[in-house]
Design a binder for this molecule. Structure first.
Ligand code: XMP
Length: 314
């Protein structure tokens, strides 16, 4: 039986022995990175800096939630507001691979800057067992360049410490509970965030549209799952398409945005089938998006499986 309390004590000792100077960690707000952050903070106190980069591409409420969690747990942290910098770097870019590279490189640049100003010589990462076991033959990496903080240590020449390296997800959750960490466990979310759900140029107004539409998809699907009318899918979100179409609003002709709703059943994200969502749920999503999200007059449902489609549209 895995003993989470004993694990915490053991790792606090190990971290103190491994880190003489200062350490830095990138905290995304997910379970793994938050658990590693709190564990390392318990061992190192103010010798640890947790950095959360607000790219301006995050989901609704995400940055505020992370800040509240870190503050509540007494972790020394910095929220880097980099939205303007990201939008500037992405201006005029429509190619999905270019977007991914710009976002990944910008992250490394910002993180390096923070590490240098804090004087860190060690990088703590929340890598867990499946992350490195699966990194043998990642098919998906040949299809899209995944943005991941796994590339950081090589670039930064910092000493790497990975306290959760031998744990599986359920054990990480036990450690999180033992540390008093409460992270709302959300569905998988890509590193390049909402940028890959805005097809075409990534601009603040377009990100705002997809952010609101994603929140509605999440709310309605989660409510339907709670009510027992469907199972919670593996992943469910909205995508803003780079097309406009004609509609009517009152008796006025409008030329508005189109949003695609994507919902996928999968075990590991490597393959998947589209969710057979009840039509009443799709209907509520459609009505809410067209009523509540400015400029959207059409909602379509994506009925493609993976393969041949991928889960995200970019
Ligand atoms: P695709 O779109 O390739 O996505 O079928 C498979 C799963 O991976 C997520 N995804 C990413 N995760 N960094 C990540 O950590 C990324 O760059 C990235 N791109 C896609 C996607 O949301 C799905 O769960």
């Amino acid at each position: 039986m895995f003993d989470a309390r004993a694990f915490v004590e053991e790792q606090v000792e190990a971290l103190r022995a491994a880190v003489q100077g200062r350490a830095i960690i990138a905290c995304s707000g997910g379970v793994d990175s938050t658990t590693a952050t709190v564990l390392a903070s318990r061992a190192l106190g103010d010798r640890l800096l947790a950095v959360y980069v607000d790219t301006g591409l995050m989901r609704k409420g995400e940055t505020g939630d992370v800040e509240e969690t870190l503050r509540g747990l007494g972790v020394n942290h910095r929220i880097v507001d980099a939205a303007e910098e990201y939008f500037r770097a992405l201006s005029g870019v429509t190619d999905p691979e270019k977007k991914r590279h710009i976002i990944g490189n910008k992250f490394i640049e910002l993180f390096e800057r923070e590490a240098a100003s804090f004087g860190a010589d060690t990088l703590v990462q929340g890598t867990i067992a499946p992350d490195w076991i699966e990194s043998g033959g990642q098919l998906r990496d040949r299809i899209k360049s995944h943005h991941n903080v796994a590339g950081l240590p090589a670039v930064m020449k910092l000493k790497l410490v990975e306290p959760l390296r031998d744990l599986y997800k359920d054990e990480v959750r036990q450690v999180a509970r033992a540390l008093g960490v409460r992270v709302a466990e959300r569905q998988p979310f890509p590193g390049p965030a909402l940028a890959v759900r805005v097809l075409g140029e990534v601009m603040p107004e377009r990100v705002a549209v997809v952010r609101d539409a994603c929140a509605i998809v999440e709310e309605e699907i989660e409510a339907a799952a709670r009510a027992g009318s469907m199972k919670l899918p593996w992943q469910y979100f909205a995508v803003l398409l780079p097309v406009q179409s004609v509609g009517v609003h009152g008796d006025v002709r409008v030329y508005g945005h189109t949003v695609a709703v994507r919902s996928i059943e999968s075990v590991d994200g490597m393959s998947g089938t589209y969710s057979r969502i009840p039509h009443e749920v799709l209907d509520r999503i459609s009505v809410r998006i067209t009523n509540e999200v400015r400029g959207v007059n059409r909602v379509v449902y994506d009925v493609s499986n993976k393969p041949p489609a991928t889960i995200e549209w970019e």
